[in-house]
Ligand binder design. Structure first.
Ligand code: ZN
Length: 252
């Protein structure tokens, strides 16, 4: 079985003591690729120093929505993306997070303004976009549609069946995280997502199959088995199709 982790955070501090073992277990489980998404300028520098030239880990640079109010951080991140255009496979995660807005973070308007700048940057650099959406699935889909984005990975998507349909009709990819085995919301997204529009992610270190544990890419194997039984196909078929989709959207 060959597996592809479409979204995770391997530069996260929680991997500082055993990153090599985590990557070895990923290879052992059949992973051919994991796309790591640093969430700040500082994390992006860390990811570039660890994973530049890695055959297993590719990098997508984005910015946590909670930081969108900090114009200097936004500009630093945009410059870093431009400087490293040949090193990275995507822009993101970027997006909208209305939970952050209602908790006193950047306003909805400011989030949308910054999100559109990242979208245009991805288009200009001809990179796919890794999208974060929380409490804002429909607004995210509308902005992406208005901007005419074609290569989209909707990371850990929690939208309604009609949102999944909207995304699938545009050829976008729904990324199902490893918490699918315990979350009824994620399971219903997986149920309505055609396999041809699905990629798999761990979102390590979060969204583990067991919420008490740190997540890691090797856990993708649990999603594969779960989704296979959900769809009534073999685990091999789920692995083959989702890996093929991820390779296609990331061009790797
Ligand atoms: Zn993430």
């Amino acid at each position: 079985m060959i597996l592809f982790d479409a979204h995770c955070h391997l530069e996260d501090d929680s991997f500082d003591t055993d990153r090599e073992e985590v990557l070895a277990r990923a290879r052992e489980a059949g992973l051919i690729k994991a796309v790591t998404s640093p969430l700040s300028h500082e994390e992006a520098l860390k990811a570039l120093s660890y994973f530049r030239g890695s055959d297993l880990v590719s990098i997508s640079i984005g910015l946590d929505v909670g930081e969108y109010g900090d114009e200097e951080e936004v500009m630093r991140t945009i410059e870093l993306i431009e400087e490293n255009r040949d090193e990275i496979v995507a822009v993101g995660e970027v997006g909208l997070d209305y939970r952050v807005a209602s908790a006193g973070g950047p306003s909805r308007e400011r989030q949308e303004e910054v999100f559109r700048r990242f979208i245009r940057l991805a288009e200009e650099l001809d990179k796919p976009l890794v999208v974060h959406s929380l409490w804002a699935q429909r607004p995210v889909l509308s902005v992406l549609d208005e901007e005419g984005v074609t290569r989209v990975i909707l990371h850990a998507f929690g939208g309604k069946p009609s949102d999944v349909e909207f995304a699938a009709a545009r050829g976008w990819f729904i990324s199902v995280a490893t918490n699918v085995i315990r979350s009824s919301n994620v399971r219903s997204v997986a149920e309505v997502t055609p396999l041809d529009n699905m990629v798999l992610e761990s979102d390590s270190p979060v969204l583990a199959p067991d919420p008490r544990e740190r997540n890691e890419p090797a856990n993708l194997i649990h999603s594969v088995k779960f989704i296979a039984s959900l769809k009534g196909v073999s685990p091999e078929e789920v692995a083959e199709i989702t890996t093929g989709n991820a390779r296609k959207v990331y061009c790797i």
